[in-house]
Ligand binder design. Structure first.
Ligand SMILES: Cc1cc2nc3c(=O)[nH]c(=O)nc-3n(C[C@H](O)[C@H](O)[C@H](O)COP(=O)(O)O)c2cc1C
Ligand SMILES: Nc1ncnc2c1ncn2[C@@H]1O[C@H](COP(=O)(O)OP(=O)(O)OP(=O)(O)O)[C@@H](O)[C@H]1O
Length: 296
């Protein structure tokens, strides 16, 4: 997969099948569009992403790239929402970008897709322009879950509520947090519970602080465990971290990149009056997690 940022110098020689949108989270609805462009074997597949926000993403840019890399997508275009793009009239965008620079022969969008200056363009306009510019448009019905259209907004609502089962159903894969394993204060070790600490990107949208049942991917391996998200109020930390106790793991992970999938919310993070009480609660969390993963 080739990654391209911005539209300066943007040019793809080959003929393409393009899908357009924000694509935060690459949820099940987005995946439907993606599979349509990937089906067109005689065309290169292009995901044209455009997003104006600076933070609060279900997937960070790196995580999105990691996910899309595995799908066989040919090109990922990351276009900032700058005036030279957002100010373009819809048809100008189609002609200048999609036709002249990307050689789009197939365009796939969801039913409610809007683009161009003041969201002036939509799927109907694209259908209208098919003949004039020699491409074919496919307008995809919205993928639903329990009677509601799946959208990034829906995923974010579920995430903010800590409803990981719903988040994961909407995404069609398990929500995860990527990062490098850093050194904690090494108190975990003295508690008999060594943990992996990572500090997520400030752009990453996290569920509420608390303890979650998790599965951590490390290269080709995966380990079940329990993860605490928060500031560790008992010992008082200055940053919001993601800390995981891995079941049945013994080794050194400092410096490794890991992906922590969150499966289920267990309890909110709490401030304990002693480290001993915290330790007892952590042991109870671990016992709960082991029962969930290994005895269900
Ligand atoms: C499963 C689990 C649950 C935790 N729950 C809490 C909590 O409720 N309150 C808290 O202050 N810290 C909590 N922590 C964080 C501990 O304070 C932390 O693991 C310990 O102090 C070691 O930190 P260190 O890795 O920086 O040495 C939890 C950690 C884990 C792994
Ligand atoms: N549930 C869905 N089913 C099919 N297509 C979808 C679905 N959701 C979005 N799309 C399409 O995927 C593309 C990217 O969508 P985009 O990320 O911009 O919106 P969204 O997922 O609805 O998020 P938001 O809630 O931020 O509007 C658009 O073409 C959109 O119409």
């Amino acid at each position: 997969m080739e990654y391209m940022k911005g539209i300066d110098g943007l040019y793809i020689q080959e003929e393409t099948a393009v899908t357009l949108g924000k694509f935060d989270g690459v949820h099940r609805g987005h995946q439907k569009l993606l599979s349509r462009i990937l089906e067109k074997k005689n065309l290169k597949s292009v995901m044209f992403t455009i997003n104006g926000r600076k933070s609060g993403f279900v997937l960070t840019d790196e995580e999105k790239r990691f996910m899309l890399e595995k799908t066989g997508l040919s090109y990922l275009i990351d276009c900032p929402f700058i005036p030279s793009v957002s100010g373009m009239e819809a048809e100008d965008f189609v002609r200048e970008i999609l036709v002249n620079r990307l050689h789009a022969k197939s365009i796939v969008v969801g039913k409610d897709f809007h683009f161009g200056y003041k969201r002036g363009g939509d799927a109907t306009l694209l259908l209208w322009l098919q003949k004039k510019y020699g491409f074919q448009v496919e307008v995809v019905e919205k993928e639903q879950y329990k009677g509601r259209d799946i959208s990034s907004t829906y995923v974010k609502e579920a995430l903010e509520a800590g409803n990981m089962e719903l988040v994961n159903d909407l995404l069609g894969y398990r929500y995860f947090i990527s990062g490098e394993v850093l050194h904690g204060r090494r108190i975990g070790r003295t508690l008999g519970m060594p943990t992996t600490n990572l500090v997520p990107s400030t752009k990453k949208l996290l569920p509420p602080n608390g303890v979650y049942l998790s599965r951590t991917r490390i290269g080709e391996q995966a380990y079940y465990g329990v993860t605490n998200i928060g500031y560790k109020p008992t010992i008082g930390e200055t940053f919001r971290g993601v800390e995981t106790y891995l079941f049945d793991f013994d080794g050194d992970l400092y410096g490794e990149n890991i992906d922590v999938e969150l499966w289920k919310f267990k309890r909110p993070e709490m401030k304990f009056d002693s480290v001993e009480h915290l330790k007892n609660q952590m042991q109870a969390d671990i016992a709960f997690g082991k029962e969930y993963f290994f005895e269900k």
